[in-house]
Structures are given as structure tokens and as C-alpha cells.
Design a protein around this ligand. Sequence first.
Ligand SMILES: NC(=O)CC[C@H](N)C(=O)O
Length: 324
Amino acid sequence: MPGALKQQNHLSKYKMKVGTTDYQKILNQIQQELSQAEVSGKVAAYIPELAKVSPEKFGMHLYNLEGENYCFGNSEERFSIQSISKVFSLALAMKIIDSDLWKRVGVEPSGARFNSLSLLEDNGGIPRNPFINAGALVVADVLVSCFSNPKAAFLSFMHELTGNSTISYDETVAASERSEGYRNFAMANYLKSFGNIKNDVEEVLDFYFHQCSITMSCKELSQAFIVFANKGNLLDTDRQLLTGKQVKRINALMLTCGFYDEAGEFSFEVGLPGKSGVGGGIVAVHPNHYAVAVWSPPLNPKGNSARGMAALERLTTLTGYSIF
Ligand SMILES: NC(=O)CC[C@H](N)C(=O)O
């Protein structure tokens, strides 16, 4: 059938293009273009420890389903993953309770800053999604309810996901965030007033500040996120850690809510699901192809890494493919 043949040719052409992409050449070009470019933005200072990080840091690491690694710059230096941790905590909570979780957290973009309190009033204490702080605090509450030692359980999930038992909390960063964490304290108390935090507010915040304080490098993050590009399977052992449905939902939430009130812009410019953190990291996933992490501390006014967003826009433009 001529029609079928045409389709097959088209598919093999696409495969060939993906298969022959010279990622290292593209990453080198991104490094060259963006290291010199003037990038506006400010390193996060509302967590005092984060203000000490050099704005010059710049690294990127791409890990694909063939198990190949491509990188440049400070790609092996660990930094504070901050809100990127919300993807990991959500994945763990979904493994445990799933459908009940969605009675307590929504799945819609907020169109507001990551730490906005205003929408909670209108939505009766149900956060719009799990990636804004309010939603992540509810997810943290779920994990605190489920484990006798939630911090240890979360780390062991991280170790299982990455195959790397050296990943840990940065106690100095956690204490630093706590010392100035008035807004998150307000938010947790406000959620509690609606009955959407079940545990002691102090305990939930302690867990939340710790999950955000985890340090990982771009290399480690891209390897951790490959599970979202690989339908829930760990790449090294081929073990199924998350179901296909869970991965579909997490990727959908990353695409629509991963960048708060800049999720549309990220989707428009980059065209991949992803998640940012105020430590300057961004991780993005190309399902069935790769996971990529970039780190550059200066943040744009929406709280996302300015150079990181530009780097990922160049990646999907230079490779010529995104999920769209
Ligand atoms: N966007 C972020 O990375 C925010 C995380 C940070 N720990 C906070 O709660 O403010």
C-alpha cells in the first residue's frame, strides 16, 4: 500500500535524525553562545545560604536512553535542587496513595508565583497543583503521615531512583531556609486551618525544608530523571519503579505547572516537560529520548534560571525536535 510505505519512510527518517544527533557538538555550541551572553537575573537571596553561590556557575548534562552522557561546564558540581525535589516527593507520594492525593491537591496551572498564598483562599485550601509550594507542602504532609521516619524514607527513595547512596540533605541550607521561612510557615498554617495538613506544621515544614536542601549535580539529576523518559523504568536495571500512568501524569504536570507562572513560556520556547528550582537548576525530559539538566544560579523575575531556560531553548531548536 503506497500510503503505508510513505508513513514508514517518514518514521525511519525521524528515527535516523534522532539517532544521529550530535549532542556533544550542540552542547558545546550552547556553552559557547551562552557563556559569553549577558544574562540578566539575580541569585536567590531569600534563602541566605543560596546567596553565597557564584552567579558564574554554568553546567549542563544530557543523558539519553542509550545510556550516553553529554555535558559541559560545572555539570558534576552539586547544588541545591530546591523545587526540583517536588517531582521526587510527588512520585513517592503517588506510589503510595495516588487517587486519594488528588482530593487534596489539584492538577491545574496556578498562573501565580511559586509561593503565592492568594489562590488558597479562593480554592478552599486545595492547592492548584503539587509543584507550587502549597501543593508540595500537602505532598510533604502525605509523606510525613506514611512513614515513621519520612526524611530517611525519602532519602532511600532517592538512592533507589539514582543508584547513588551519597545523595543527601544539606543541613546548613535547610536551617537557612527555616530561619527566614516566614511565608512557608504562613502557608502551612493556612493549609492546616482548612484541614489540608494533618500533621504537626513544624514537622511538615522540617521535612519540606530538608527535601528542598538536597544537593545533586546536573549529571545526577539527568540520570535521576531518565525514569520519566523511560516510561517508569530504571535504565540500569530495567526495573519498573513507576507505572506508565504515573509517569504520564507527572510529565503532564511538569509541562503545565513546572515553571509556575512561566509554564506557558517554557512550553512555548522549549517544548518539553520540566521542573525548575530557585537554586538555579532546571531538568527537562524528552520522553523516549533523554533527560537533561542545566544549572545557572541567576533567576529571572519568575524565579526560574534565566540562562538555564535559554540553554534549553537552544537545545530543542538546534536538535530540531521537542515533544511537539
Ligand atoms: N521555587 C523553589 O525552588 C522554591 C523552593 C524553596 N525551598 C521555597 O519554598 O521557597
